[in-house]
Ligand binder design. Structure first.
Ligand code: SF4
Length: 238
């Protein structure tokens, strides 16, 4: 029997509540204090871990405190500073262009999706990260983890990020969008990995249509869990 829309919505909301219990520490892992810093960190996070970005940004933020500082940056100096994050030439270009575009608009990072996506280096995913985490405007961040998990959970069969965003947006209350994004991404990083999902140690196993794509033996699965809350997550499946 195919799942009705109502049954799907109920299942999604139940899983979303459980995700909140499994990952109470979910948050934006890119260190930042201002919308500009978050925009910069998000641009640097392309094809790079958040931890590596966080190693680079303290010096970068101190050197370039405003949009005008990015606009006027010495390209070679900036490239050197952000080199560890990879694709540093493209990223430097994006940061300098972003600075210039922001200066043209008065220097502040805008607060709407429509305005944000017109800025250099800012796609829809980045814009939603900024909206949700710097401005408190609900946003769904569809990254590789989010796409993979919502498909495994059969929350949607869409594969295009924008269509996924709309599909999931229709299933959960808007106020929950930002935190749900963090929690799904945490689950993807810590439990439901692209390869070797830790099914046997996953607290969502009972509601997951893809249970069994990874090891179901609990001891083997526990070894696949990652992050600082391995013991707590494993305990939930005892
Ligand atoms: S049961 Fe397996 S596939 Fe389902 S969410 Fe957990 S780890 Fe992922």
């Amino acid at each position: 029997m195919p799942e009705t829309d109502l049954a799907l919505k109920r299942r999604v909301r139940k899983m979303a509540r459980e995700l909140a219990v499994i990952h109470p520490d979910a948050h934006c892992e890119l260190n930042h204090e201002t919308p500009l810093q978050l925009a910069v960190a998000t641009i640097l996070s392309a094809q790079c871990t958040d931890a590596k970005v966080n190693e680079v940004t303290p010096k970068l933020f101190a050197r370039y405190p405003s949009a005008a500082d990015y606009a006027a940056a010495d390209r070679a100096e900036m490239e050197e500073m952000i080199k560890p994050t990879g694709f540093f030439r493209n990223k430097t270009e994006s940061l300098i262009s972003l600075g210039a575009a922001l200066v043209e608009r008065g220097g502040d990072v805008p607060r709407t999706l429509d305005e944000l996506v017109t800025l250099p280096g800012i796609g829809r995913k980045t814009a939603n990260v900024i909206l949700g985490n710097a401005f408190g405007v609900p946003g769904i961040t569809v990254d590789t983890h989010f796409s993979r998990l919502v498909q495994r959970w059969e929350w949607t069969d869409q594969t295009d990020p924008v269509k996924i965003e709309h599909a999931i947006g229709a299933l959960v209350p808007k106020a929950d969008w930002t935190m749900l994004s963090h929690r799904v991404i945490f689950h993807g990083r810590r439990v439901c990995h692209a390869k070797k999902a830790a099914c046997g140690a996953c607290p969502l196993a009972r509601q997951c249509p893809s249970y069994g794509i990874g090891p179901t033996d609990r001891a083997a699965a526990i070894k696949l869990l990652k992050g600082p809350r391995v013991a707590e997550i494993a305990e939930m499946t005892e």
